[in-house]
Write a protein that binds this ligand. Structure first.
Ligand code: XMP
Length: 535
């Protein structure tokens, strides 16, 4: 096992504690708070360290949760914590629990309230300035408020939509201010954070960089760090942060498995050299990956082979790489929150690197451990990294191998690379994609609202053939599948309604310019039931 890294959680910042009762929006609460420049930390209700976290916080938000406060073994809190004077905002289950623990009463409602509702606040409501749509999702409701509290808002189906005790600085809302469907949700959070809890708003990317650099220097001391880079946003920002902290004691390694998109491997190396002041060793290991994948068609088998081959490359270069004391990992805050809490079925083996050789079982350093993805990008901007490096679409570790149904060969990779380049070039030219394909030198994309842009797009190759006609000749060749999805977190996704003329242009170019393709299909399936990648 690798040694667990030193825990550094930005104790010098004013902290908002989010107590997690298992609510589906808990991460969202923390993200929305951080977007207001307030450092938010999520701690589970039954974490033994909760009391200490509470005492070192400036304010607390109690999350939603799936239980009823009156259920046996329902998640709860030590009521003393609620009396220690900190401002507290209870959301949904959080409001009910606060009411329950402070002497109010909670009951099951006859009809679950779910969806948008119009909330009407009273003039006294400290957090709600005016009426507006809110997002409700609950089966219980407060029906008697605790002593000292008053009801300050209602909806048609819920007479206690918000409660408060301004003297004790305790507030509750039955709806979810953190979701975008609640029109003035951010205003509610801001009123709580800045008017009631008096946060200064000291959580910025600049402060994070300064503190992370100091913390990394302390953790690493005079040691050396090995950092694998893939060209992805996380490993790029982790490397840039480490380079700033420890300079030439950082050794970065890029393994080119031959399964990157067109021109991409060269661009990763060039961008790194231009923007990150650290040593990068790039290994062209493509031949050994193709050899290992030869004849393999099973998706899981491909993933396992690629994971194992990565490790083999590190083993082959052990002499050059040994001597490092730490291994950098791009763990993000959502991974930290979720680790250990999932027993989900494996849909795909999502690891990129299999078991590590002994000499690589180093102490871990995790520079991004406290950041959400948006914050990683903000830190990257702060470190001066260009847009092309920070807004890159997510790309799977096994690369194009999971976009080639059937055997992975150099020729089939070439077909996918060429088709994928054209597809992403057309999306970029139409303003639907923020970043052009590597090596693009045409005109800049017209500005289109980020909302209209795709989250991930690619071309894939199927393992079937169909008949076509080119000139006067019959063709019997492969179809290309185009995909462009909108998503927030890859858990769910839907196909983007790409205008027909863009699809038409891409399809025409692909069959004309890419040898071996005579048909182009657009995948309109959502996730679920499909996944984003084909394999
Ligand atoms: P699926 O296909 O499961 O993909 O809907 C969800 C997201 O994860 C990416 N993906 C991977 N990323 N290693 C990765 O680092 C992998 O093995 C892997 N497989 C899928 C995929 O591109 C999408 O963004």
């Amino acid at each position: 096992m690798c040694e667990t890294p030193t825990v550094h959680d930005f104790g010098s910042h004013e902290k908002l504690l989010v107590v997690d009762f298992g609510g589906q929006y808990t991460q969202l609460i923390a993200r929305k708070v951080r977007e207001q420049n307030v450092y938010a930390k999520i701690v589970a209700w039954d974490d033994p360290g909760l009391g200490e976290e509470w005492r070192s916080a400036k304010a607390v938000i109690l999350s939603g949760g799936p239980k009823s406060v009156t259920d046996e073994n329902a998640p709860t809190l030590d009521p003393h914590l609620l009396n220690n004077g900190l401002p507290v905002l209870g959301i949904c289950y959080g409001q009910q629990l606060m009411a329950h623990l402070l002497g109010g009463r909670v009951h099951k409602v006859l009809h679950r309230e779910y969806g948008r509702q119009l909330v009407k606040p009273s003039p006294k409501a400290a957090l709600l300035a005016s009426e507006g749509q809110v997002w409700m999702s609950h089966g219980d409701s407060v029906d008697a408020v605790p002593p000292g509290f008053e009801v300050v808002a209602s909806t048609e189906g819920c007479s206690v939509a918000a409660i408060q005790n301004t003297e004790a600085r305790k507030f509750g809302v039955q709806f979810h201010p953190e979701v975008t469907h609640t029109e003035r949700g951010i205003e509610i959070l801001r009123k709580f954070l800045f008017e009631q809890a008096k946060f200064a708003g000291d959580w910025t990317a600049g402060n994070f960089v300064e503190e992370a650099v100091a913390s990394l220097r302390e953790q690493v001391g005079e040691g050396k760090v090995l950092c694998g880079v893939s060209g992805g946003v996380d490993s790029t920002v982790a490397a840039a942060l480490l380079a700033k902290a420890i300079g030439d004691r950082l050794l970065c390694v890029f393994v080119d498995h031959g399964l990157m998109r067109k021109n991409e491997a060269a661009q990763v190396v060039a961008d790194f050299a231009a923007h990150i002041p650290a040593k990068l060793i790039a290994y062209d290991a493509s031949q050994q990956f193709f050899d290992a994948l030869s004849g393999v068609t099973d998706p899981e088998q491909k993933r396992k082979i690629i994971g194992a081959e990565f490790v083999r490359v590190f083993e082959q270069h052990a002499d050059e790489l040994k001597g490092c004391d730490f291994l950098a990992q791009g763990t993000l805050y959502p991974d930290v929150i979720e680790s250990g809490s999932k027993t989900a079925e494996t849909i795909k083996t999502h690891h990129n690197v299999g078991g590590l050789p002994d000499w690589m079982r180093l102490k871990l350093v995790e520079p991004l451990r406290w950041l959400f993805k948006d914050e990683v990008r903000a830190v990257g901007r702060e470190l001066g990294l260009p847009k092309e490096m920070l807004e890159r679409e997510p790309f799977p570790g096994p690369g194009l191998a999971v976009r080639i149904v059937g055997e992975v060969t150099r020729e089939r990779v070439r077909i996918v690379q060429d088709a994928d380049y054209i597809w992403r070039e057309e999306l970029y030219r139409a303003g639907l994609s923020a970043v052009p394909p590597s090596g693009y030198s045409g005109p800049q994309s017209p500005a289109v609202s980020p909302k209209a842009q795709v989250w991930q797009s690619y071309a894939a190759l199927l393992d079937v053939q169909s008949v076509g006609v080119m000139g006067d000749s019959r063709t019997y060749a492969h179809p290309i599948v185009l995909r462009a999805v909108a998503s927030e977190d890859a858990m769910t996704a839907h196909a983007v309604a790409v205008p027909f003329e863009v699809l038409d242009r891409a399809a025409t170019r692909i069959v004309n310019e890419v040898k071996g393709v005579n048909r182009v299909l657009y995948d309109v399936t959502s996730k679920p039931p499909a996944t984003i990648e084909l394999e």
